[in-house]
Design a protein. Structure first.
Length: 384
């Protein structure tokens, strides 16, 4: 029953946020509010993006409540403890699970801003799309926003969505009038069996806009980052960005890489985008956070120029025919490969720059910093 309801949401345009506020943008202040009473909540606080967001909030002097699945597990919390050490602002950790309907009330008590970053991130080798991705993402969003409805102090919720809620496959670009995706576009091609992670993020964001529309005390602002790269504050080994960077440096593409493009953004810029989305009073709608789009060979060239030839970075692109033949061996479903390999991928980030005052690091900086951390963590080794 729950899944049927979620499916109905993706087919409805009723809850689309305003993508282009028009003249409102020109007069919109991008000045970040200096102070707000009470603490701020960050769900999924030990995550890659959330950790940087917590650091930025603490630097700004905000007390932070952060939820993690197990506060007693030092592998989930040690890096947060280190971030908070020596700062006047206070970090308090709470246990919470996305599937627990009442699990966020205690952490949210007294908070005026809620940053909902928690969501399952499994892009490859998904065994149970409904159980591992769709249900946790949708039910978790519902549970957090229901808690916001029960918490009278909450005035704004910032949702960590994704560009995969904007598009499903790069081939979708051929079906729109513009030459790039913007905040007015929604992913309408993913489902539980094709791009299930993208489907889960789309359903979760659709539901969030529906629930925001159903009340008038708090407002919703969404951020939609691309492929997030850059250094982590903890040792993150399962994020898609880590896997892509490991593939580039481990010889996975030794004999050639597919013509596959990624819309890249730095994790530090994503944290800043979240901060601004929460603290700029006039912020509203969706915000695509993308610096630039690069192909795998371009990324490999950047890495080679900085780290030399001691790593098996790919030197050439393989044809689409060969890439499709190799896709199953590289755990890429044929349907995904056909609709993404060889297609350009472009995004318009003007709204985030105008409404949030965002500037973005060059993708090369994010790529180099990310790979350097993989080396420091021993996840990639020099050949020979």
């Amino acid at each position: 029953m729950h899944n049927r309801q979620a499916t109905r949401l993706i087919d409805s345009n009723r809850f689309l946020p305003p993508a282009r506020p028009g003249p409102y943008v020109a007069s919109m202040s991008t000045k970040v509010t200096a102070e707000l009473p009470g603490p701020v909540l960050v769900t999924g606080g030990n995550g890659y993006i959330a950790s940087w967001l917590i650091r930025r909030l603490l630097e700004r002097g905000f007390d932070v409540h952060a939820t993690v699945r197990d506060t007693g597990d030092p592998t989930r919390t040690d890096h947060l403890t280190a971030v908070a050490r020596g700062r006047p602002a206070r970090l308090t950790l709470f246990d919470a699970d996305l599937l627990d309907a009442g699990g966020f009330d205690r952490a949210m008590a007294g908070c005026h801003i809620v940053y909902h970053t928690a969501s399952p991130l499994i892009v490859r080798d998904v065994v149970d799309p409904e159980g591992d991705l769709v249900q946790p993402a949708v039910r978790g969003t519902r549970h957090v926003l229901e808690a916001a409805n029960r918490t009278p102090s909450v005035r704004r919720v910032v949702l960590t969505s994704s560009i995969v809620a904007v598009y499903g496959d790069a081939a979708d670009l051929e079906g729109i009038e513009a030459d790039r995706f913007d905040e007015s576009h929604w992913n309408s091609t993913s489902n539980a069996h094709h791009q299930p992670y993208s489907y889960s993020k789309t359903l979760a964001e659709r539901l969030a806009w529906q629930m925001a529309d159903g009340q008038d005390r708090w407002d919703l602002v969404a951020v939609n980052p691309g492929l997030v790269l850059g250094p982590g504050l903890g040792r993150h080994t399962s994020a898609e960005g880590v896997l892509i960077m490991r593939d580039l440096g481990s010889g996975y593409y030794r004999f050639g890489a597919p013509e596959l493009e990624f819309a890249i953004v730095d994790v530090r810029d994503v944290a800043e985008g979240h901060l601004r989305a929460g603290l700029i009073p006039e912020a509203r709608g969706r915000h695509i956070l993308v610096s630039e789009t690069l192909g795998l060979i371009e990324m490999a060239s950047i890495l080679r120029s900085h780290f030399g030839d001691g790593y098996p970075f790919p030197l050439r692109t393989v044809s689409k025919v060969v890439a499709l033949m190799l896709a199953p061996r590289r755990r890429i479903p044929q349907a995904v490969a056909r609709r993404n390999i060889g297609y350009p991928l472009r995004f318009d980030n003007r709204y985030a720059r105008d409404a949030l005052g965002m500037t973005f690091r060059p993708a090369a900086e994010s790529i180099v910093d990310h790979f350097r951390q993989l080396l420091d963590d021993g996840l990639v080794s020099r050949v020979g």
